[in-house]
Design a protein around this ligand. Structure first.
Ligand SMILES: Cc1cc2nc3c(=O)[nH]c(=O)nc-3n(C[C@H](O)[C@H](O)[C@H](O)COP(=O)(O)O)c2cc1C
Length: 191
């Protein structure tokens, strides 16, 4: 037996990322859970950003942004960036999060986030009150103490990264659980 909910925004779990827009002198942070990888070559991700917010305006204007994975350790700061607007708040000042220069784009990255991704805007689609921005990834940064083999993203210790997971149905944050199997492999047991 199943029950139906009708059309719902039901996808879960979702990561919580902090998207930084603008330049190092005038940067804004917005919390985003609607994010996905779109293509592998070139590596490109997509974010859905409300058209009324300050961030959408800045992304359209500047055509670049950084995506910073929030960890459980900065849960309060991440939530703050999702309930305030850059229109009237300097979120770097209010949260105490630290700007670090990116290598390829003028938008900074956030020091306290264990993984940082630099993107240039390659496509915009508007859907209702939301912009879907595609960002080609130009550079990625990971805290050294969370990787065993620099250059290989499979060596990132995800438990050390401790990503902040968002469960939108209940509007709550959760933590990553334990490994349960090997992908592209465990299914072979059914062959
Ligand atoms: C956990 C969390 C996830 C969010 N995810 C999104 C999202 O995916 N897209 C979006 O447009 N807003 C999202 N928001 C809301 C924005 O972060 C919020 O509207 C913010 O105040 C906009 O700030 P800005 O005006 O500085 O751009 C989220 C908020 C929270 C707390």
């Amino acid at each position: 037996m199943k029950t139906t909910f009708g059309p719902q925004r039901i996808m879960f779990p979702l990561p919580t990322v902090l998207v930084v827009t603008g330049t190092i002198e005038k940067a804004n942070i917005v919390s985003i859970a609607w994010i996905n990888m779109l293509t592998g070559k070139p590596p490109t991700l997509g974010i859905s950003v409300g058209s009324k917010g300050f961030s959408a305006e800045q992304i359209i204007q500047n055509k670049h942004f950084s995506v910073n994975l929030a960890s459980v350790e900065i849960m309060k700061e991440a939530d703050f960036c999702g309930i305030t607007s850059g229109k009237d708040t300097d979120k770097f000042v209010e949260t105490g999060l630290t700007k670090m220069p990116s290598k390829q784009i003028p938008s900074p990255i956030i020091k306290e986030c264990p993984v940082n991704i630099e993107c240039i805007l390659v496509d915009i689609r508007q859907s209702g009150r939301t912009y879907n921005f595609s960002g080609e990834i130009l550079e990625t940064h990971v805290d050294k103490d969370k990787v065993s083999d620099p250059g290989h993203h499979g060596s990132i210790d995800v438990m050390a990264v401790n990503p902040l997971i968002y469960y939108s149905g209940k509007r709550e944050y959760r933590q990553l659980g334990q490994k349960v199997g090997d992908a592209y492999s465990i299914g072979k047991e059914l062959k």
